[in-house]
Design a protein around this ligand. Structure first.
Ligand SMILES: *Cc1c(COP(=O)(O)O)cnc(C)c1O
Length: 351
């Protein structure tokens, strides 16, 4: 009984190699549920790719990667004074510092700490203003042996529209006059390949290091798919009560019980697809099922997206298959179309 993420290994590895080759200075990002693949697995892949730096999202993720990747480990979430001291691999960890006060405390506690300074972008998640960056750069210049390794810019999902902002920020970064390699090195997120190419051409003195997760690990959509197992199928004559809430439908069909529930992240977000009034009207026109007030599930049976018969359970979901449609056999596998970053499979099969 399991939800399985299937990976076409050759295809996936080809995409990783191609992305690596096309992205000089690549820093792969492994965080959260590991983009559906697990952070540990991505760390091993980063080692295999041969990059010198891997980014994780948070400090608690470090233990998942330290043994699997032997290069530098950039932590994307900014360091705060409340973070516990590093347990392992301290020499390989590069902190992100997003506030001047934190810089002072970090250097007090560990003058040998390696770090990048984060400049805020239009995202406004973390980062310093231009003035704060200049002040921080002054602290770095005046602290002998301070190991600042560059500046970080986390841009919004620009889909190619981030160039102007990136260039404006790069002008400030250069103006901050950081010492040594920090002066030249900029870690960027969410620039397109074309934008990265343009920046590299226009700023030949800078080393631009793209931090990439989604378009690296999940960039070739057809290399991955998720399947669920049919665990049970029950005839459901109209009016028959079922489920946790004893609801019933005015139409006959089958109840299909499949693996995959809230514990896997199923049903925690609206399935992709048009759920607006027009989409509902189309569903209504197709089979009258919209009239049952059901919600579309991410499960596909016989090529058709099925409706949840009731909200997903913790590890299984109940689907409604209307009378007349083919009912799969127990043990069959059905496709599930979900966001990998919010779905945790029981098993990942890479072939
Ligand atoms: C998650 C994250 C990334 C990677 O984002 P993708 O969209 O998955 O490529 C890059 N930079 C920062 C700061 C992040 O938090």
């Amino acid at each position: 009984m399991s939800l399985v993420l299937h990976v076409d290994g050759d295809r996936w590895r080809n995409h990783l190699r191609e992305t690596h080759a096309a992205s000089p200075g690549l820093v792969p990002v492994a965080k959260g549920n590991g983009y559906g693949l697990s952070v540990g697995r991505l760390a091993r892949r980063a080692q295999w790719l041969g990059v010198d730096t891997l980014a994780v999202g948070t400090y608690p993720e470090l233990p998942e990667v330290v043994q699997r990747f032997d290069g530098d480990l950039l932590v994307l979430t900014p360091w705060r004074a409340t973070d516990p001291p590093l347990a392992a691999a301290a020499e390989r960890v590069v902190h992100t510092v997003s506030r001047g006060d934190d810089l002072v405390v970090l250097l007090e506690r560990n003058p040998r700490a390696r770090f990048v300074l984060e400049r805020a972008t239009s995202m406004l998640r973390h980062g310093m203003t231009a003035r704060e960056l200049w002040d921080a750069a002054r602290v770095v210049r005046s602290t002998r042996g301070a190991r600042c390794e560059g500046v970080a810019l986390h841009l919004p999902l620009g889909r190619g529209g981030n160039l102007a902002e990136a260039e404006r920020l790069l002008t400030e970064v250069v103006g901050a006059d950081l010492p040594g390699a920090a002066r030249r090195t900029v870690y960027v997120s969410h620039l397109s390949r074309a934008e990265l190419g343009t920046l590299t051409q226009r700023w030949p003195d800078l080393v631009v290091r793209p931090r990439i997760g989604t378009s690296l690990w999940l960039g070739d959509r057809d290399a991955l798919r998720v399947s669920a197992e049919v665990l049970d199928a029950h005839e459901l004559p109209r009016g028959t009560a079922f489920g946790y809430r004893g609801r019933s439908f005015a139409r006959s069909g089958h109840l299909l019980v499949v693996s995959g529930g809230t514990a896997h992240g199923i049903g925690l977000e609206a399935p992709t697809g048009d759920l607006g009034a027009r989409g509902r009207a189309a569903t209504l026109a197709r089979g009258g099922l919209g009239a049952l007030g059901l919600v579309r599930s991410p499960f596909f049976v016989d090529g058709a997206q099925r409706l949840f018969a009731e909200p997903p359970h913790m590890q299984a979901s109940m689907l409604f298959v209307p009378a007349g449609d083919r009912v799969p056999a127990v043990g069959d596998r059905v496709d599930v179309r979900v966001r990998y970053t919010t779905t945790t499979a029981d098993r990942v099969e890479i072939d």
